[in-house]
Design a protein around this ligand. Sequence first.
Ligand code: MF3
Ligand code: CO
Ligand code: CO
Length: 323
Amino acid sequence: MRALPKANDICWCGSGKKYKRCHKLATEAIRQGDISPPRIVPDEIDQPLWAGGKDFDRWDEPHVKSPDVISRMRRTGQLAGDTLAYLGTLVRPGVTTEEIDAACHQRAIEVGAYPSPLMYSGTVMPFPKSVCTSVNEVICHGIPDDRPLHDGDIVNFDVTLFKEGVHGDTNATFFVGTVDEASKMLTVVTRDSTMRGIEAAQPGNRLNDIGRAIQEHAEGLGYGVVRDFVGHGIGEQFHTDLQICHYYHPRLTDVIEPGMTFTIEPMITQGSYRARLWSDGWTAVTTDGSRTAQFEHTILVTEDGPEILTTPSDTSNHPFWQL
Ligand code: MF3
Ligand code: CO
Ligand code: CO
């Protein structure tokens, strides 16, 4: 067996950099970095109830949306898709998740939207940033910080925008530089699982048909399906009471109806599907440190089948369509 390189050795990859500044970083566990203060949203932008860190009450929102809500969700959904695709173009080794957050925040404001994660209430603290950035073994809700992305990382960005009184929620996994084959396979399987879940969202099917399709695909190939985080109804509220499990749940027998809007957002793991939460109350990591990937779309059920509301206007640089 070849000895592990020492920290100050020249990296084996040919970059000419010291090992500790190069591939050593990509194999280290993710730790909490420094988080900058929340960014400001101008008053002209319509703000959700939690803006400024306020507590808020949820209300009963119908699962089947009016034509008016649906047309607003089409527009906000596409803006969220466009913003996510744009963030993907910024991914390269050395870029910090803080810089991704700044770019997301600025783009949201430019298009007249509020970045929904910002100050969203949590158990320990409100979410302090404008996008979730989840690297390697981080399952979801990673908080952007000063850690630079390293060659070989995988990272998913979860963009949610609020505009015209409705939310659009979407996520994709991106490769940083050159990633190993196992990470590529994990990401492709996660994309394909998401696609199968979406295809199962047909009127007349039951809600648990979605999770069944996702689970059969992912577990059939030896991957894990995270249980602790689920898809959700969405519309005038970020999260409604409607739950979309990504595994087969026998009691989710509600019939899928035209006009329903919800997210499908499976988190797929290389190893254990079990999650552990950091003390920040947000960052969820795999208990075994194995990598995990995620894709998410906001879906409208139509008479003819599922419609993805978070398709960007240009799909040519978006991994959901290009992987
Ligand atoms: N976008 C996430 C979802 O898919 C929710 C993030 S909540 C936040 O449901 F506060 F962490 F942003
Ligand atoms: Co999301
Ligand atoms: Co969501």
